[in-house]
Write a protein that binds this ligand. Structure first.
Ligand SMILES: Nc1ncnc2c1ncn2[C@@H]1O[C@H](COP(=O)(O)OP(=O)(O)O)[C@@H](O)[C@H]1O
Ligand SMILES: [Mg+2]
Length: 190
């Protein structure tokens, strides 16, 4: 399957990034993100806690707290491949579920409804300029965003961009993509 090959190819490239490059590019992406109307206007922001090959979101989460935003992070249900978001105001409310994946502890966090989320930062491995993405293969975000009406935006390194990717019926484009070099308003969303 081409989707799988593209995903693996880009994951390899991401792993090859030096520490310095990773930090510098994450910093530039973060700076751009804070300048967006999406960030400024959102009260509640859904975001994942980044793993090693993803744009660093820990510093973004901290800045969101400082800016008075409500930060919500996903808790996945692996049985039916759905997720819900829970509000965190400290990294201590996270627990490691498997490998390096961190999720909110249900005992110390409250669930936040989809209609109360203003902006979803959508993770992914490969992106096209028109906002389509290859995720990690679970389809969690496609499923969640199917009935979401707020803003969506992805943070990605330039090396995660591809000219063209296979798109399936359930795949949904994000509204905006921010890289260390540029920002794209993706055509499919107002
Ligand atoms: N809205 C949806 N409803 C039902 N199944 C979905 C939905 N979105 C995705 N899926 C299923 O989830 C699986 C993974 O989706 P895919 O787009 O390949 O993953 P990812 O977006 O994580 O790269 C696919 O088998 C797909 O059929
Ligand atoms: Mg998908």
């Amino acid at each position: 399957m081409r989707k799988k090959l593209l995903r693996n190819d880009h994951l390899v490239k991401l792993k090859e990034m030096s520490d310095e490059e990773y930090k510098d590019k994450s910093y530039r992406i973060r700076k751009r993100f804070f300048d967006t109307a999406e960030f400024k206007e959102a009260e509640t922001i859904a975001i994942t806690v980044s793993r090693s090959t993803e744009v660093d979101t820990r510093t973004i989460i901290e800045a969101c707290w400082e800016a008075g935003k409500n930060v919500v992070v996903p808790k996945c249900n692996t049985k039916d491949k759905t997720m819900i978001f829970r509000s965190i105001d400290s990294f201590e409310q996270l627990e490691t579920v498997y490998l390096d994946l961190q999720e909110p502890n249900p005992l110390t966090t409250e669930c936040v409804r989809k209609k109360d989320i203003d902006l979803v930062i959508v993770p992914g491995v490969v992106f096209t300029l028109d906002g389509y993405r290859i995720g990690y293969g679970g389809g969690y975000y496609d499923r969640y965003l199917d009935t979401f009406s707020g803003s969506t935006l992805s943070l990605a390194f330039e090396l995660q961009l591809a000219e063209e990717i296979p798109i399936e019926e359930h795949d949904l484009p994000v509204g905006k993509i921010i890289t260390e070099e540029r920002e794209f308003q993706c055509s499919n969303q107002v």
